[in-house]
Structures are given as C-alpha cells and as structure tokens.
Write a protein that binds this ligand. Structure first.
Ligand SMILES: [Zn+2]
Ligand SMILES: [Zn+2]
Length: 224
C-alpha cells in the first residue's frame, strides 16, 4: 500500500515530523529556535507536568495505589459493621416505606452485588434482598428483588469525602447500620463476610481503573 511520506515542517526534509526532527532538537538544545516556531510542550493529561505522559505518570500511579488501599480499608469497615449487626446471607430485614413510615415489609438477604461495593459510590445498593409484600385488604401478594445499602451510615468519614485517599489509615464510617431508620436487621446471622466476599473485592482494586479513566489530578491546574 502506498503511504505518503511525512515532510518535516521545520527543516523540510522528508521521513520525520517536527517533533522527531534532528535539526529541531539540535537547535532547541542550543536555544536557537525562535519563539513562534517552538513546539507546544506536551503535558501529562493527569498531573499537567511536561516531562512525562499519563502512562508513566508517578502521581497517577501513587494516587491509584492510595485509592486501592482506601477502598480496601473501607470495605473492611463496612463488612465488619455488617458482621457486628448480623447482616449476612439469610438475615431478615425490616424495610420501612420511605413514603409512609407506618408501612414496612420484610426482606431476606439473598446475596451480594459485590462489584457495587466501592468507596467512591458508597450509597450504591449492593445487598441483594427479596421482598415479601402483601396487602390482605386488596388480596395482593408479591415478591420483589432489589438492592439495598446502608446509605449515610456507611459513607466514609470526612477524610475520604475530601478524596484524600493517602489518609486511608484514618478512614472511618460515618456511623453504624444499626442507626439506619429505614432498614433494620430483625433477625441476624453470624457470618464471616471475609469468607463470603471474593478476593478480588477484598483486595480493593475493583473499580479503580474505571474511576481514574479521564480523571485529572487535584494538582493539575497548579501545574498547567
Ligand atoms: Zn526536520
Ligand atoms: Zn503526570
């Protein structure tokens, strides 16, 4: 297949472009390139520095490690709170109707949507329940599956709210699920959730790559 050869806009020879031009490099090193002919410096799309790109960015690497450690720590705190309060497979929950506080239904924990257990989305439903609902007046009964989470109680404390994952050792939960007004454990189970959860989740890495995709460092504008 015929490919047109590139012509250098700096020295007008063919076979390379300006960024790869030996003359340009030579002139740039000796400071002979006039301002208007200078190449725009490439910046790392994560931190904004010029000496490297995103692929080799050390701050990005460090931030990812800290986020993995923060996520790992947060998951441990959530699982421990669940264990302390009897929330596990087979536990029975009482779920109050958010629109009518005198109405409730019972639901059984039938599984976990582990990929939803992620520190950056701490209110996302991850506990799979089966609701058993009925209305004797209307003679209507039905089952319904859904996902619940303990919302504010399981949000990370302020440290993580400021997204400073490097402080993962200080991470705490805002509360305990026992304080949740809507979802109550009415019949708990004893369970080691570290044995129920998959290793890849306990490790803390799930969701991290996706979270950092297209994201910029908080330092980005300082470097720009
Ligand atoms: Zn050239
Ligand atoms: Zn960088």
């Amino acid at each position: 297949m015929y490919r047109r050869e590139v012509t250098c806009s700096y020295c007008y020879h063919s076979g390379h472009n300006k960024r790869g031009c030996p003359k340009y490099k030579e002139h740039e090193a000796s400071g002979e390139v006039p301002g208007h002919r200078k190449l725009a410096q490439r910046k790392c799309s994560y931190c904004g520095e010029t000496k490297h790109d995103r692929r080799t960015c050390q701050p990005l690497h460090d931030d990812k490690i800290n986020s993995i450690l923060a996520n790992r720590q947060w998951i441990q705190l959530v699982l421990r709170d669940c264990e302390d309060n009897g929330l596990g497979l087979g536990a029975l929950l009482k779920i109050t109707d958010p629109y009518a506080s005198d109405k409730f239904n019972l639901a059984m924990v039938i599984g976990f949507e582990w990929d939803n257990l992620f520190i950056k989305y701490p209110t996302k439903g991850w506990i799979r329940v089966k609701n058993y609902m009925g209305d004797t007046n209307r003679q209507s009964f039905f089952y319904e599956q859904g996902l619940v989470s303990f919302r504010d109680e399981h949000c990370p404390s302020k440290v993580a709210a400021h997204r400073d994952d490097s402080k993962w050792r200080d991470l705490k939960l805002q509360g305990t699920l026992a304080d949740n007004a809507r979802v109550k454990v009415v019949s708990g189970v004893e369970q080691d959730l570290n044995k129920v959860a998959p290793g890849r989740i306990l490790n803390g890495g799930v969701g991290i790559e996706e979270w950092f995709k297209d994201r910029t460092s908080s330092e980005f504008h300082n470097n720009y």
